[in-house]
Design a protein around this ligand. Structure first.
Ligand SMILES: C[S@@+](CC[C@H](N)C(=O)[O-])C[C@H]1O[C@@H](n2cnc3c(N)ncnc32)[C@H](O)[C@@H]1O
Length: 244
């Protein structure tokens, strides 16, 4: 049975509800930021998913391509207006199965952490560096780990409760592995449904070291897509690494 080590696992288990579940997320600030770095050449989104950000970016005339492990997610992208026009390779983002050069590669919404070991994340940095053209940039958006969210390495949240349904989010934290495994559990008239997520978090300094080992240098770090300063109160970061 496929599990967290299967790159397609997350997408295949979330594709039918992904867009509905993330409908409140406005892609505009990310699109604005990324468009400013595109440089008029080819751009690659790792883990393109249903095209939440790639489609509006392509709508600005930017030549976006994608990689994703999940056919089910990419089917959703292809069903949207303009989705068929975006070339997508089905494969593992750690291996970056694409031929460069790209002026911009981006991997957003914490998805680098979907690679469940330091070795897999470092492999991703190395392969991104391989497909970037000179001066090209790699942009990542990640949360800053906040271990105070957990009580004895556990967390339970009531996401929604109505007359005849409840959605709970149940997580376990493994400090040794830097891993968080979450199930979003829906109970309603149709029964019980599980939506699993596994993440291996990295600290910003750890990411910078992976980049450095891939010959990428940190050019900018912001506390969000609006370029607010990154500081000790930042819950996340948008980091731009450059290939010189
Ligand atoms: C949280 S979604 C993000 C989708 C899109 N980037 C966005 O911002 O909406 C994570 C995506 O990563 C893909 N994914 C997870 N692990 C992957 C891997 N190892 N290689 C390629 N894609 C992967 C999933 O299929 C899914 O489409």
């Amino acid at each position: 049975m496929p599990g967290f080590d299967d790159p397609a696992f997350y997408g295949d288990r979330w594709a039918d509800v992904y867009d509905e579940h993330h409908a409140q997320m406005d892609p505009a600030p990310a699109v604005e930021f990324l468009a400013g770095l595109a440089g008029g050449v080819r751009v690659l989104e790792l883990a393109i998913g249903t095209g939440r950000v790639a489609l509006p970016l392509a709508g600005r005339g930017i030549a976006v391509e994608g990689i994703d492990a999940s056919e089910a997610m990419v089917e959703r992208l292809r069903a949207k207006p303009g989705g068929e026009l975006i070339p997508v390779v089905i494969g593992d983002m750690a291996q970056v199965p694409a031929r460069g050069p790209f002026s911009l590669v981006y991997l957003i919404f914490n998805t680098l952490f979907g690679l469940l070991s330091q070795a897999r994340q470092a492999e991703c940095f190395r392969n991104v560096a391989r497909v970037l053209g000179p001066g090209g940039v790699f942009v990542i958006e990640c949360f800053v780990p906040d271990l105070t969210r957990f009580d004895r390495d556990q967390r339970v949240q009531a996401r929604a409760v109505t007359e005849d349904s409840a959605i709970l989010e149940v997580s376990r934290h493994d400090a040794a592995q830097q891993r968080i495994i979450t199930q979003m559990i829906t109970f309603d008239g149709h029964g019980t449904r599980l939506r699993p997520v596994a993440l291996r978090y990295s600290w910003p300094s750890e990411l910078d070291l992976m980049a450095q080992q891939a010959s990428l240098r940190l050019r900018e770090r912001h506390g969000g897509w609006d370029r607010r300063p990154f500081d000790s109160s930042s819950a996340g970061h948008v980091s731009v690494y450059q290939r010189d």
